[in-house]
Design a binder for this molecule. Structure first.
Ligand code: HEC
Length: 401
């Protein structure tokens, strides 16, 4: 069992490595190509749209091809996209599939048996893709209206996930679903269109304008989705964002900010200059989201006012031992050098709270995870800490050393 768990941990590390590297190359190349493409302009000497790229010590000219040799190799970045998706999917299986109680389930939201939570989480990937395809193909919308509908669809998904699953999993799953849409855009629309275009290039025939436009639209959506996806994948490091009471709305606002930021840069690449209105909209969305994620503290005064006896006790009680008892009861099973919680072989997240000095060192982290938010203990794996306990922890954290 210990060996299995160790192997799973090693596999997770290697998959994360592959996942991040593949995603960097995929998104990096997509952003670079969008800049080269949108920046193409006619020159004085040559009316064909083109852009000049400096790379290493050389200059390269990028322009639209009119024909290709029969055996000429055509480059694209589809394997990077597929590797990103496949490694991400494997990570989801390892993380959610292996321990849904720890990662996915929040009984206060949806008290689901493990199999049901895992089934719904994974079923949402193809279901969301189907709904997205219907939106793109059947809604009759196009251009910016379809983009707006895509935003609404993504934001609604975020709200749904935040209502069903523990915060960390909700935002991660939102990222995974949006990344699935991006990969499906490549696999089902862009790559087939590229294959058709390569055949016409080899035959020296002109492009099918509708086919090219369809692929370009999906490539454009990928540009918009990329920033939110990366944000949601990183959100697990920010308990105030993923585990606050308004995490779904915050996700919708970060999504809007990601769309606005990308639009700002795409418009600039098109030569429209800087649209400060968009930049301001992104800043407002981020400020609003961060404000929503600002913790509202359990008020020590309100608790003390409940009874005079309690008020006196709260002044007299030495908070150190009381706080330590709470952390011992709710946290140390996983956050100790040799944790007792089954399946743990070292301190969870590398955090050991098993004595007073270590607890003090991590008091900021403890507040963020267990007092300001409900990130910890993992809602599906341990009993939650209650408001009185939160107040004790807050008083302990605020007491001078
Ligand atoms: C059932 C096991 C378990 C219990 C109980 C538990 N934790 Fe955790 N904790 C974890 C795991 C697993 C992680 C790593 C999560 C990740 O990175 O995906 C973690 C991560 C953390 C982090 C790092 C920030 C974060 O959210 O990733 C903090 C801080 C933390 N826990 C505090 C606490 C506190 C405080 C308690 C008690 C109130 C507690 N934990 C109880 C398993 C547990």
């Amino acid at each position: 069992m210990a060996l299995l768990s160790l192997l799973a941990e090693d596999a997770t590390l290697l998959l994360r490595w592959l996942h991040v590297v593949a995603a960097m190359v995929w998104v990096g190349s997509a952003f670079a190509l969008a800049r080269l493409d949108l920046g193409m302009r006619p020159r004085a000497k040559d009316a064909a749209p083109q852009s000049l790229l400096l790379h290493a010590g050389s200059g390269f000219r990028f322009s639209r091809a009119a024909e290709a040799d029969a055996a000429e190799r055509a480059l694209n970045f589809k394997w990077e996209a597929y590797a990103t998706w496949a490694s991400g999917f494997a990570l989801l299986c390892l993380i959610f599939g292996a321990a849904p109680q720890l990662t996915l389930i929040d009984p206060t939201l949806w008290d689901a048996p493990s199999w049901a939570a895992v089934t719904v989480a994974f079923a949402l990937l193809p279901l969301a893709w189907l709904a997205y395809e219907l939106l793109c193909r059947k809604s009759g919308l196009g251009g910016d209206r379809l983009l707006l509908a895509l935003y609404g669809f993504s934001a609604a998904l975020g709200l749904l996930l935040a209502a069903l699953f523990a915060g960390r999993a909700a935002l991660l799953l939102l990222g995974a679903i949006l990344a699935t849409l991006m990969t499906a855009n490549i696999a089902h629309v862009i790559v087939p269109a590229q294959k058709r275009r390569l055949a016409t290039l080899r035959a020296g025939l002109p492009a099918d304008a509708d086919d090219a436009k369809g692929a370009a639209t999906r490539a454009l959506y990928n540009q918009y989705l990329a920033l939110p996806v990366v944000f949601f994948m990183l959100s697990g490091h920010a308990p105030l964002v993923f585990a606050g009471p308004h995490n779904g709305v915050a996700a919708a606002l970060f999504l809007a900010a990601g769309f606005a930021i990308r639009r700002f840069f795409l418009q600039r690449a098109r030569g429209f200059g800087a649209n400060w209105g968009l930049a301001a909209a992104a800043a407002v969305a981020i400020a609003l989201a961060l404000w929503l994620c600002t913790p509202s503290e359990p008020s020590p005064e309100k608790a003390a006012a409940q009874s005079a006896g309690e008020a006196i006790a709260s002044v007299l009680r030495p908070e150190g031992p009381a706080a330590q008892a709470i952390v011992e009861r709710h946290c140390v099973a996983c956050h100790a050098k040799t944790p007792l919680h089954p399946g743990f072989f070292h301190a969870a997240a590398g955090l050991d709270f098993s004595d007073a000095a270590r607890m003090r060192r991590y008091r900021g982290e403890i507040l963020r995870a267990a007092v300001y938010t409900r990130a910890m203990p993992p809602p599906g794996a341990a009993s939650p800490i209650d408001a009185d306990e939160q107040r004790v922890l807050l008083r302990w954290a605020r007491a001078p050393d």
